[in-house]
Design a protein around this ligand. Structure first.
Ligand code: 5RP
Length: 220
């Protein structure tokens, strides 16, 4: 029986084949993305560098001697590799468990292909069991929370946490998300919401899922 970490490592390894030679790679955040960064280090002479979706990932990349570029300098990227907190067969995701959702959404949007790397526990039929992270401008905390309650959620402030962009995170419990594309847009229209953790309008293009039977590749 493979451990969860071994499954994450297997999908991180499998993601390397999606990295074109001589490119700048978009790199996500979290424990699975960390395994990917460690795999990327082995082929670092074959890439030009990386754009990171968090300070933490930038540090880890630099620790391996991989050049980290700003997205503004890098331009459009061929590929973005990141984990997810939940993902469906339609490759819609909840992300932001690590609080890096805003930069993740930006780097993903600037990338031609989103490769999602997950262990099997992340695959769900309906999104929402994992509390949906929403990054909010601090002064809008209460007003955004009230509007989230009217949508049927129970927002909880992520205590003691500030995002890389200086904002707070509300984790919304109790949502059963039947229409992730619609809800993503609706949440984005609440004044004070910077980014919500639904990645549905721009979902993943490829899911590499680590299972006991090996790495499964899924596309929509
Ligand atoms: C961070 C994220 C991560 O991709 C998500 O939390 C999954 O992390 P892990 O690979 O550690 O399970 O969205 O903001």
């Amino acid at each position: 029986m493979m451990s969860q970490d071994e499954l994450k490592q297997a999908v991180a390894k499998a993601a390397i084949q999606y990295v074109p030679v001589d490119c700048i790679v978009g790199v996500g955040t979290g424990s699975t993305a960390n395994f990917f960064i460690d795999e990327l280090a082995r082929i670092k002479h074959k890439i030009r560098g990386a754009v990171a979706s968090s300070e933490a990932s930038a540090k880890r990349l630099q620790g391996h001697g991989i050049e980290v570029l700003s997205l503004n300098d890098a331009g459009s990227l061929p590929v973005y590799v990141d984990g997810a907190d939940e993902i469906t067969r339609h490759l819609h995701m909840i992300k932001g468990g690590g609080g890096a959702l805003t930069r993740e959404k930006i780097v993903a949007a600037a990338s031609k292909k989103f490769i999602c790397v997950c262990d099997a526990s992340k695959l769900v039929d309906v999104l929402g069991k994992f509390p949906l992270p929403i990054e909010v401008v601090p002064m809008a905390r209460s007003s955004v929370a009230r509007q989230l309650v009217t949508l049927g959620g129970q927002p909880k402030l992520r205590e003691g946490f500030t995002t890389d962009n200086g904002n707070i995170i509300l984790d919304v419990h109790g949502l059963s998300i039947m229409n992730p594309v619609e809800l993503e847009s609706e949440l984005d229209h609440i004044a004070g919401v910077v980014t919500n953790g639904l990645f549905a309008r721009r979902g993943a293009d490829v899911l590499l899922l680590g299972t006991a039977e090996g790495v499964k590749t899924m596309t929509v």
